[in-house]
Ligand binder design. Structure first.
Ligand code: PA5
Length: 426
């Protein structure tokens, strides 16, 4: 992986990094020794190296039996219980939806049209579901599961249901754990000390990805290699820490919004996961960078104007893929009626890269500092590296903000009102 900071130099001088480098070292100690806020939720820090081969094999075996008996596999979950697996599946298995067992996502909203259309599309296909909720009490997935379960009960005998419903939750806590005990559904347990948005490298993210034939062993290897690359607290040697230090300095210099963008459409849900990880971790105590996402070049024709010339309170982090995959050459035409012959023989990938370079330069010229995180290629290994890179970066970045990056008390506010309006018994 690489972190390209060429378009930051004009905004941050090297010596400005010295004091923050010391703060990063303190943050590193807090993560490693568990001496900072939220230390009960540091299970993710050594999760990649601590995950046993047998745990991964159980996930792979369950995924394969789900695939064998299903034409529609529905992942029910929201926030950290859903975005990571969707990111992995959409990035690494884009052709998966053409295969015999399709993956669907439910329980991430309360829109009846969404669930109606999903049920309609599934029709009489053979279904399996994975209900994912760390707390086992979240309304959106609970409601979706109740609806889908009643549909499945009409089709399958109780014995068959036990092969088609899998839970991922906390042992001994919440409705899913007790339902699994009472009704006998198989269960994967999420370690107590791994919070929702940091749980993508547990069964939360790994089981759905494995059903979609993502190589989860290679994903975990990438994450474990990034974990060992993070041993040094030195921002010169530790890429996630350098990224955390730079974004924190930019924030302290008035850049309050981070646009996480990419010229690769397949990264759309990776950007969404990235956004959630940082927003829910950092936005508290009246502080925090506001992360938003953009996929280019389409969004250059949407928010591009604002980025170039709007209020100068933004910086940008591009997510890039180093190795070219598929390419399509621009054909030459005799009449050149569209005046595109100057591009003939060139690949779309080259044009896309020039669009990136032109945009990065233009944004820097327009006083939008920008940097680029590049993964080597579209592969499970590289996604694993990236996931751990970003987890480590947000842990340090949160500590640089002097907040607890591992809780999310603000998420409760809307729920309280909603439950009161719905008349939930107290
Ligand atoms: O990161 C988090 O903790 C949240 O985004 C949760 O993942 C989300 O609220 C879903 O919670 P649960 O898994 O308990 O249903």
């Amino acid at each position: 992986m690489r972190l390209d900071t060429k378009h930051i130099g004009k905004f941050i001088k090297l010596k400005e990094l010295d004091p923050i480098a010391e703060e990063v070292k303190d943050a590193h100690t807090m993560l490693e020794k568990g001496t900072g806020p939220g230390s009960d939720y540091l299970g993710w820090v050594h999760l990649p190296s601590a995950t046993k081969k047998t745990d991964l094999s159980r996930i792979v075996d369950t995924a394969s039996s789900i695939r064998d008996r299903s034409e529609a596999f529905i992942v029910i979950g929201i926030g950290g219980s859903y975005l990571g697996s969707r990111a992995g599946i959409e990035f690494l298995s884009p052709d998966y939806q053409r295969k015999s067992c399709r993956v669907y996502f439910a329980g991430n909203n309360l829109d009846p049209n969404y669930l109606h259309n999903l049920i309609d599309e599934i029709g009489d296909r053979e279904i399996s579901v994975n209900v994912i909720s760390k707390s086992g009490t979240t309304t959106e997935p609970a409601v979706a599961f109740r609806i889908l379960k009643s549909l499945m009960k009409k089709r399958y005998a109780p014995k068959e249901l036990k092969k088609r419903i899998v839970f991922t939750t906390t042992k001994g806590k919440g409705a899913l754990s007790s339902m699994s005990k009472k009704e006998g559904y198989p269960c994967f347990y999420i370690p107590e000390n791994v919070g929702g948005r940091f749980s993508v490298l547990t069964a939360v993210g790994l089981l759905p990805m494995s059903v979609a034939e993502v190589d989860i062993k290679s994903l975990m290897k990438g994450a474990a290699d990034m974990e060992s690359a993070c041993k040094s607290p030195d921002i010169k040697k530790n890429l996630p820490y350098r990224y955390a230090a730079l974004r924190s300095l930019l924030y302290r210099n008035g850049k309050k919004i981070e646009i996480i963008s990419s010229f690769h459409v397949g990264l759309f849900f990776v950007l969404e996961w990235f956004k959630q990880l940082f927003a829910e971790s950092e936005g508290k105590d009246g502080k925090g960078l506001f992360p938003t996402t953009a996929v280019y070049s389409t969004d250059l024709h949407s928010i591009g104007q604002l980025i170039q010339e709007g209020e100068r309170n933004i910086f940008e982090t591009f997510l890039k893929i180093g190795k070219k995959e598929h390419d399509i050459k621009i054909p030459r035409t005799k009449d050149n009626v569209d005046n595109l012959n100057y591009l003939s023989g060139k690949g779309l990938d080259f044009i896309n890269q020039m669009a990136y370079k032109g945009t990065a330069m233009a944004h820097a010229d327009g006083n939008v500092p920008n940097m680029a995180i590049t993964i080597d290629e579209r592969s499970a290994y590289c996604l694993g590296e990236l996931i751990y890179f970003l987890e480590r970066a947000v842990g340090v970045s949160g500590y640089l903000l002097r907040i607890n990056p591992f809780d999310q008390p603000g998420v409760e506010a809307y729920k309280k009102n909603m439950f009161r309006l719905l008349g939930k018994p107290v």
